[in-house]
Design a protein around this ligand. Structure first.
Ligand SMILES: [Zn+2]
Ligand SMILES: [Zn+2]
Length: 304
C-alpha cells in the first residue's frame, strides 16, 4: 500500500533561497492529504506533478501565514477548474471566517462545498478515519494554538497463501473471512487452521508532522514509535536562544525528539532564511540521530 510524503515547501516564514513555505502532500493508497498550505503551494503541485483531483482533505496546523497563505489561491483555482467534489479543511476555528470573508468580498460563489472541521490545540483528537487510515491531532508549543498531525495506518488483514487456495479448493467468497482470521472447514468436516492458510500482515506504519513548535518533551509521547517524523528545525544549535524566544526548534532538538521517540526516520524542515546551505544543519542533526534528512522540495519520502 502506497504511503509517502512529498515536500512542496520547506522554508520558514521569510521568503529566501527559492524555497517555498510549509506544505506537503501525504499520499496514502492514491488518496492525497495536504498538510499546511503556504504561499505558492498550488504552483508546487503543478511543478511536482501532484494530481489536483485526488486532493479532498487539507490540514492546517496554525494560523501563521507561512502555513496557510496559499489556501485562498488554491481554493479559487479549484473553482476555476470546475471542481464539484466536497473539500474538507481541518483547521483552527478562525480560518473558516477568514476564508468566508475573502470569498464574500470577492463575490465568489464556489461550485463545491467546503466542510470545515475545527481543530483544538489541547489534547489529542481523531479528526479523520476511513477503513485504512486514521488521522489525529496533538498539541504543539508555539505562539499561536498549533496542532501536529499523526497519520496512522490501520492493521491490515492477514495475507492468504495463494497455493493454499488451490490445495484446499477454497471458494472465492470465503477468502475475505480467512484473511480476517477464520479457519477453513473442508466438506469432510476437517478444520484447516488459519495459521496454515495465512501469514501475518506487515505492522501498521505511521507518519507524524510536527509543525512550528518549541522543543517539547511532550511531543516525544505523541510521536512515539512513528516510522517517519517530520519536525521543524528552523535554527541550528548556535541559535538556540533565538529558537526559544520565537517558539521554534533547533536541528539538535529535533534530533533529540526523534531519538527519544524512537522514530524510524527524521525529516527536517521550516528552515530559517538565514541559511542558504542546509548541509551543516542536517549534519548537526545526524550527529545525534543518523537517519535525519532535509525535507527537500520535490522529494518524496516513503513511510517504511
Ligand atoms: Zn511557520
Ligand atoms: Zn508559526
Amino acid at each position: 500500500m502506497q504511503f509517502d510524503v512529498t515536500i512542496l515547501g520547506s522554508n520558514g516564514a521569510v521568503a529566501a533561497h527559492n524555497r517555498y513555505p510549509s506544505s506537503q502532500i501525504v499520499n496514502y493508497n492514491g488518496r492525497h492529504f495536504m498538510v499546511d498550505c503556504g504561499e505558492g503551494s498550488q504552483f508546487r503541485m503543478n511543478t511536482f506533478g501532484v494530481k489536483w483531483s485526488k486532493l479532498d482533505h487539507i490540514f492546517i496546523s496554525h494560523l501563521h501565514g507561512d502555513h496557510y497563505y496559499g489556501l485562498i489561491g488554491l481554493l479559487t483555482t479549484f473553482n476555476l477548474h470546475w471542481r464539484e467534489t466536497e473539500l474538507n479543511i481541518y483547521c483552527p476555528p478562525p480560518l473558516e471566517e477568514i476564508i468566508k470573508l475573502n470569498f464574500k468580498h470577492s463575490k465568489t460563489e464556489l461550485r463545491y462545498q467546503i466542510k470545515f472541521r475545527h481543530t483544538r490545540a489541547e489534547g489529542t483528537e481523531t479528526i479523520y478515519e476511513d477503513e485504512l487510515l486514521s488521522i489525529h491531532t496533538f498539541p504543539l508549543l508555539h505562539r499561536l494554538p498549533t496542532t501536529g498531525f499523526l497519520f496512522k495506518e490501520k492493521q491490515h488483514h492477514r495475507k492468504i497463501i495463494p497455493s493454499k487456495i488451490e490445495e484446499y479448493q477454497i471458494p472465492y467468497e470465503l477468502i475475505k473471512k480467512i484473511k480476517r482470521g477464520e479457519d477453513f472447514v473442508l466438506p469432510t468436516g476437517h478444520i484447516i487452521s488459519n495459521a496454515e492458510l495465512t501469514t501475518a500482515p506487515s505492522p501498521p506504519r505511521s507518519y507524524a508532522y510536527c509543525s512550528d513548535t518549541s522543543f517539547s518533551i511532550e511531543t516525544v509521547n505523541y510521536v512515539s514509535g512513528v516510522n517517519l517524523l517530520y519536525h521543524e528545525a528552523t535554527f541550528m544549535e548556535e541559535h538556540a536562544v533565538r529558537a526559544a524566544e520565537t517558539y521554534h526548534t533547533t536541528s539538535v532538538q529535533a534530533a533529540q525528539v526523534a531519538e527519544q521517540a524512537k522514530a524510524g526516520q527524521l525529516l527536517l524542515g521550516h528552515f530559517s532564511a538565514r541559511y542558504d546551505n542546509l548541509e551543516p544543519l542536517a549534519k548537526e542533526s545526524q550527529s545525534i540521530f543518523p537517519n535525519s534528512h532535509l525535507a527537500v522540495e520535490g522529494k518524496t519520502f516513503q513511510v517504511v
